[in-house]
Design a protein around this ligand. Structure first.
Ligand code: GLA
Length: 389
């Protein structure tokens, strides 16, 4: 499957008209793949994701009353809410992402208009490619567009994360929403998750981003995510006893880790060690990409995967097999698990002319070992969210 944002919105527009009898505005927001910098965003650290060609589309038109009517082309059912009485927490359905964004916008003082919405999602769900950030960002743009309200994209990313944290109840960091807003074709985005300063690092010409979906998602993912966050916070409390200016693992140097780390429980030490070194790997990978030094990128991605597997313990057998399956294939320039972990995808940098054979070979090796037929996506880095019509 080659993944490019090809939909221009006219078909969705037609289906919206058939449903609601109105001409909609259409917004698109992409999913993402993270090249390096994993489990660092909620530690105020560095990440380097790219927006990809899988997107979620939201078609919207105003209603004369104060209702939100929300439907999806991916799921059955129609949801109806009154803007005067929006729920303040999750209802346990896919529309939580849309309603959560509306509720947070209202909490922040934005006046919303009643609306009909139709969602069309192409980001594979539950695969670690941020289908949730994509629907949040496209919805937020749609709601704000309807009332012609303009806000900086970084604020839009923040309020979408807030919806996921406070309404949906997932304590995610800012990476996914930010790159869905700000991604740039042909580039990865190096983001400082503390200051939200960012710069683009070019994906070298001749390199394809190949995303390999293990097709598994293990149940423990969301619990384990929150536990990792708590373990990082525990580490911060210890280091802050030695230096009160420390607010997050971002502030802890490798020297401090070596000096005081023996006072931490072994598991907490491992978690902190991953985060502190992953931050440095991410900065190094951005420089290496700029220099076109793919050997260095390869080594950094490999070290990242090993650290996520052994120290942060968020990999799983299928991810390790998929990473292993890529090793030594012609054109392979580096790969690792990507996203939160416990299933989902690996990300690989592969020379473009070798990508089609890589795709076949990696799929065959993976299926032989696991009995599972994977999906392999040949991706490019794409632009962030936009209005289509
Ligand atoms: C999930 C979260 C992100 C980030 C990654 C791990 O994708 O949504 O905020 O924490 O896990 O890097």
């Amino acid at each position: 499957m080659n993944v490019h944002p090809e939909m221009n919105g006219s078909e969705l527009s037609q289906r919206f008209q058939d449903l609601f009898g109105q001409q909609p505005a259409i917004y698109r927001a992409p999913g993402r793949v993270n090249l390096i910098g994993e489990h660092t965003d909620y530690n105020d650290g560095f990440v380097m994701p790219a927006a990809i060609g899988f997107s979620t589309y939201v078609a919207i038109a105003p209603r004369p009353d104060s209702k939100l009517v929300v439907q999806s082309e991916n799921f059955t059912g129609s949801f109806e809410f009154d803007l005067e009485r929006l729920p303040s927490t999750r209802q346990g359905d896919w529309c939580d992402y849309v309603v959560g964004v509306a509720a947070i916008l209202q909490n922040l003082g934005h006046k919303l208009s009643g609306a009909n919405l139709l969602v069309h999602g192409e980001v594979p769900i539950g695969s670690g490619l941020s289908s949730s950030a994509a629907i949040e960002v496209a919805s937020a743009m749609a709601f704000l567009g309807l009332t012609e309200t303009q806000i900086p994209l970084s604020d839009l990313a923040k309020l979408c994360r807030q919806a996921e944290n406070e309404f949906v109840g997932a304590r995610v960091g800012i990476m996914d929403q930010f790159v869905s807003c700000k991604g740039k074709a042909g580039h990865a985005l190096l983001l400082d998750c503390r200051s939200l300063e960012y710069k683009f690092a070019p994906v070298p010409a001749g390199i394809q981003i190949v995303v390999c979906n293990t097709m598994v998602k293990h149940e423990l993912a969301s619990n384990a995510y929150n536990t990792r966050r708590q373990q990082c916070e525990e580490g911060v409390r210890l280091f802050a006893r030695h230096d009160p200016s420390i607010r997050s693992l971002r502030d802890v140097s490798a020297e401090m880790l070596n000096k005081y780390g023996n006072q931490l429980p072994a598991v907490v030490f491992n978690r902190c060690s991953h985060v502190i070194h992953e931050n440095q790997r991410t900065l190094d990978a951005a420089s290496a990409l700029e220099e076109g030094n793919l050997d260095r990128v390869h080594d950094l991605m490999r070290a990242s995967h090993q650290s996520l597997r052994d120290l942060y313990e968020v990999s799983c057998a299928e991810l390790d097999i998929m990473v292993g399956a890529a090793q030594g294939l012609p054109g392979f320039c580096g790969g690792r698990m990507t996203g939160g972990g416990f299933g989902g995808c690996t990300v690989n940098l592969v020379r473009k002319d070798s990508a089609p054979e890589f795709k076949e070979a990696v799929a065959e090796r993976y299926e032989k070992k696991t009995g599972i037929a994977p999906q392999i996506y040949l991706c490019t880095a794409e632009d962030g969210a936009q209005r289509l019509n």
